[in-house]
Write a protein that binds this ligand. Structure first.
Ligand SMILES: *Cc1c(COP(=O)(O)O)cnc(C)c1O
Length: 242
């Protein structure tokens, strides 16, 4: 696995921050509205710590186990980024991460929302969550369809111990020209529409979209959180498929 030195990583972070600022400017937005999340998945905890020491205070992981492990390794050293859980969560794994994530981006079913509600209320805390939507209609993607998320929204909003903060989406990986932009625009329209469907206006503020290959488009379309792995940390060696 190739890993960057602190100097190289700093260059990557600076470059991404500049591009975020450029895209924000182009969209007439303030770049302070946009949180850069460094996605440290599949890299060792020390490499995540290196990013933190370079001022990247929001880190993302896509597997509950890995988030919990890295947090437990880094916490004792006072390295306490805002941990974002961005990947698929099986309901049975919710108990493992209660209280760990700063924000859960990937709530993709009502039953998962219920499980989070149950586990968090049992611990007298509440979870900040985003609802993951699949607007591209790709079958391989997780997430509510736009119709489902609207139909189930009031049930989700009623759950105790859950603060529903917005939406998360992913554009297709093999993008055709302009395809990512279309997905992000549709998600933005859905986000605005759901504002009027009973969301708490003090909470309903986040739109998590954009990865290394498409974050400029996402920012133009209103993203408040971009999730950047490869452009900061380098190429990942995925474990062998099981
Ligand atoms: C891995 C991952 C990312 C980061 O992807 P890059 O293309 O490496 O920037 C963003 N979001 C989710 C949900 C991911 O799983």
């Amino acid at each position: 696995m190739q890993m960057y030195s602190p100097e190289q990583m700093k260059e990557n972070i600076d470059r991404v921050r500049e591009q975020i600022a450029d895209a924000a400017r182009e969209a007439g937005r303030d770049s302070k509205e946009i949180t850069l999340i460094g996605v440290s998945k599949f890299f060792p905890a020390e490499y995540a710590a290196q990013a933190y020491s370079l001022g990247l205070y929001d880190l993302g992981e896509n597997r509950p186990e890995e988030l919990h492990l890295k947090k437990s390794i880094l916490d004792p050293d006072g390295i306490c980024p805002n941990w974002h859980l961005i990947g698929t969560i099986q309901s049975r794994k919710v108990r493992m991460i209660v209280g760990d994530p700063y924000l859960i981006h990937s709530v993709d079913t009502l039953s998962l929302a219920k499980e989070i509600s149950k586990r968090y209320t049992a611990n007298d805390i509440s979870a900040r969550i985003l609802l993951e939507v699949n607007v591209s209609g790709e079958e391989s993607k997780h997430g509510f369809t736009p119709d489902e998320v609207k139909a189930q929204f009031s049930d989700i909003l009623q759950l105790p111990g859950i603060d529903v903060c917005g939406l998360m989406t992913m554009a297709p990986i093999q993008q055709k020209e302009g395809e990512a932009r279309g997905v992000f625009e549709k998600t933005r329209v859905l986000f605005d529409e759901m504002k009027t469907l009973g969301a708490d206006p003090d909470s309903w503020k986040y739109l998590s979209m954009g990865m290394s290959g498409d974050y400029k488009d996402a920012i133009i379309c209103g993203a408040t959180h971009v999730r950047i792995g490869t452009a900061i940390f380098g190429k990942r060696d995925y474990p062998d498929p099981v």
